[in-house]
Design a protein around this ligand. Structure first.
Ligand SMILES: C[S@@+](CC[C@H](N)C(=O)[O-])C[C@H]1O[C@@H](n2cnc3c(N)ncnc32)[C@H](O)[C@@H]1O
Length: 215
């Protein structure tokens, strides 16, 4: 899963169960907790073709995203009938720019992201295996201005019961990654016995959580 080919294959075969057709209700509900103003810049790591980008661009003047898959980024712009300016940057990335949105195609770790006021992480940290998460978080911190905030949507389930992604990143791990920050758990939704994910994967428990992380 840390293999780019894994994700390229997912997009090529349209196996994108993580993609939501609408804006994530948790973003709409909890974004105000980041105390956002329209001049605050935003970064969406591992953004896919998420509708959340569109919602964030209605609220902020500068929204950057990065996504490995060419298919995802081209689909995002085509599905919204946006005609972006496309330009190569730094040899390894391509920038798709349209109004408030600047989406880089290429690797998260080397993308030329300008540090921002607020980061929105949904299905990005939990998309990566444990061996990559320290490096992911270290890189994330370099993209956050001092005084910046992160809204993180994570999952908590017994890792031994399912092969990720998505991986389980429980509260203890979130606290460890962001020990120098103020971390507040805003939400936890414990799935009942009939929850499709729990039933389908045979998980003994499964919860979605939202954290506010403040530097
Ligand atoms: C689980 S999906 C989540 C997408 C999006 N955040 C959403 O909520 O729909 C993870 C995404 O990360 C992308 N990805 C994985 N590794 C990456 C990397 N190193 N750099 C950039 N994107 C990456 C994948 O192509 C995939 O679209």
């Amino acid at each position: 899963m840390n293999d780019p080919e894994f994700w390229h294959n997912k997009w090529a075969s349209n196996q994108i169960g993580f993609h939501l057709d609408d804006v994530n209700p948790l973003l709409i509900q909890y974004w105000p907790m980041t105390n956002p103003s329209s001049s605050d810049s935003v970064f969406v790591p591992l953004c896919g073709k998420s509708e959340d980008l569109v919602w964030l661009a209605t609220k902020h003047q500068d929204v950057q995203g990065v996504e490995l898959s060419n298919i995802a980024v081209r689909a995002f712009f085509a599905e919204h009938f946006y005609t972006p300016m496309v330009m190569p940057v730094g040899g390894q990335h391509e920038l798709f720019q349209f109004d408030e949105l600047s989406i880089y195609i290429g690797d998260y770790f080397t993308a030329p992201i300008k540090p921002v006021d607020i980061i929105y992480d949904r299905a990005a940290l939990i998309a990566l295996p444990e061996t990559m998460r320290d490096e992911y978080v270290a890189c994330l911190k370099t993209r956050l201005k001092s005084g910046g905030r992160i809204l993180l949507v994570s999952l908590d389930y017994p890792q031994e019961e399912m092969v990720g992604p998505p991986f389980s990143v429980p509260e203890q791990e979130v606290l460890r990654h962001f020990s120098e920050f103020k971390v507040t758990k805003l939400y936890r939704d414990e799935a009942g016995d009939n929850h499709p994910k729990r039933a389908q994967k045979g998980l003994s428990r499964f919860a979605e959580e939202v954290f506010l992380i403040e530097s």
